[in-house]
Design a protein around this ligand. Sequence first.
Ligand code: PRX
Length: 688
Amino acid sequence: TENHLRHMESLATLPSGARKIPQLNAMILGEAMASEENDLVYPSEEFSLQAHVPRPAKYLEMYKRSVEDPAGFWSDIASEFYWEQKWGQQVYSENLDVRKGTVNIEWFKGGITNICYNCLDRNVESGNGDKVALYWEGNDPGFDGSLTYKQLLAQVCQLANYLKDVGVKKGDAVVIYLPMLMELPIAMLACARIGAVHSVVFAGFSAESLAQRIMDCKPKVVLTSNAVRRGAKVIGLKDIVDAALLESAKNGASVDICLTYENKSAMTRESTNWKERRDIWWQDVVPKYPATCDVEWVDAEDPLFLLYTSGSTGKPKGVLHTTGGYMVYTGTTFKYAFDYKPSDVYWCTADCGWITGHSYVTYGPLLNGATCLAPTYPAAGRCWEIVDKYKVTIFYTAPTLVRSLMRAGDEYVTRYSRKSLRVLGSVGEPINPSAWRWFFNVVGESRCPISDTWWQTETGGFMITPLPGAWPQKPGSATYPFFGVQPVIVDEKGNEIEGECSGYLCIKHSWPSAFRTLYGDHERYETTYFKPFPGYYFTGDGCSRDNDGYYWLTGRVDDVINVSGHRIGTAEVESALVSHPQCAEAAVVGVEHEVKGQGIYVFVTLVEGVPCTEELRKSLIQTVRSQIGAFAAPDKIHWAPGLPKTRSGKIMRRILRKIASRQLGELGDTSTLADPSVVDQLIALADV
Ligand code: PRX
């Protein structure tokens, strides 16, 4: 804390690093200005003046209090939410140090609240009942809809009443396997309303993965839909659920009810396989229930949801989040990181099957009474058409989407106005500076700050993020920690390193939305996250901090390559490659190398129409040499017409590593890929 604060303060009083940045001096004194210098991108004066946090000095003042007096800082913020009963004397208690006993984190314990009440009833009661809560935009133009806060509340109550009626009680798990229909956030909120613990499984997971999750958390009820359309394809979700339920029943986890939403645009009832008694059509029962439903008041530390995420080893981990701290933190981070104002229209392209869809499609925005656009699967090319249609002001997406849009060419962007946009956001992986610049210059017309939010399923909410308007940005840096977050960079031995450095990113002390355990396996929680560097939460990410105190995430440390003793972040090499004008996308993996230990193997996707030539190969290698150093020069360039990505857009490096090391028989499950045929194309090009 002290080091960090000292660093921040020194930045405010402008010693060493910051001294070379005249505009920063001006900003700290309160003079925002729009310009770009020394790789710093300044918010416009107009933007800064209207922002919640308009200057570095304001951030520093708030940050300082948040780490010096977390109890005071967070209880002031928590008081802005509705509590049926205030929390106890102690605002929080924590032990992150395995050497001192069991790891334990609690916030607002004894406080009684309900997050669904805070998302819906509170907004309706304050006069926002007729404001649109959710816009829905379908696969094809013309398929759209919306729900006001009042309508959303009514639908949530009907489902909540149904769930209660079939015996779902406070603390029971409910598995939700739904595509991005409105029914997905409705289902999450209905569970929250009655104190049930939802576990959303992304509707792109296989039957086996779904079964695994069902067997772990043993729900009484599964909520699903008969089918979903993705582009021209119809995916029979109900068949997947049937197979999963068969498998889990064999293993002692039988589910009583499978409530199935009939998605008429994808599949009829007649062609849906059905098991009488267990399977119930959503539309046949839910609308018959009353549209009001009493809230189940819960303790701040009662579980809100489980979300499974993959670890580097073993079965998926059930990340458990509780109610109070998660509510306060997601609501607050949403407000500040996107500089949210009541007139905004917010669009996050994430699916509720992932943490981003939990915290920043559903809970964070609704807690703020925001109008959100919920995505289904519109073709990427329709992005800007949709932005114009709904006058989207805040657009939050993943770098992979930015890069694919960038690849399609500027004309797909510039033919739309996009003048409503005022804040852009990025999440999921480090955004390389060239994609950042394209997003900033072309999409945002150099007008919209980019909030590059670094966080994880485990952290529940944003941890390191720009506050648009407060700081000049550096393309590719997530900038500074959010209030109350104390990042530290440690070396191999777990020693904190100060100032400008690179190492393992850890977090000191808890924050309200920290995950409390891995469901049913507290030991694994401690082993994975708290034992590697005792005293800290270990993020699994590599990170560097520059001379101005900006944080630069370099990717998972499991993706770091060690070449002749040099640690090279795959993200760093990728960023260099992508800065090459003819390279659209690149993925780097380590392969065994006789002399160097590991060699750098890169998969490169070229800009449409560019041929793969020997000269280009050399020029790409040269780009890396000149941007990072000769030691980082790729050993092999593998031309890739496309990269294997999950449906959520994550590159599956596991598969690339196997291809790179020619372990073609061990590719594993490729069924979760958005386009499994990419793998065969890559194999065919392996020795070209
Ligand atoms: O490596 C970091 C990367 O995504 C990981 C967390 O993944 P997940 O739990 O699936 O959550 C994704 C959405 C929050 C992190 O350990 N990551 C996420 N956001 C960023 C990022 N890396 C760099 N910059 C980011 N903005």
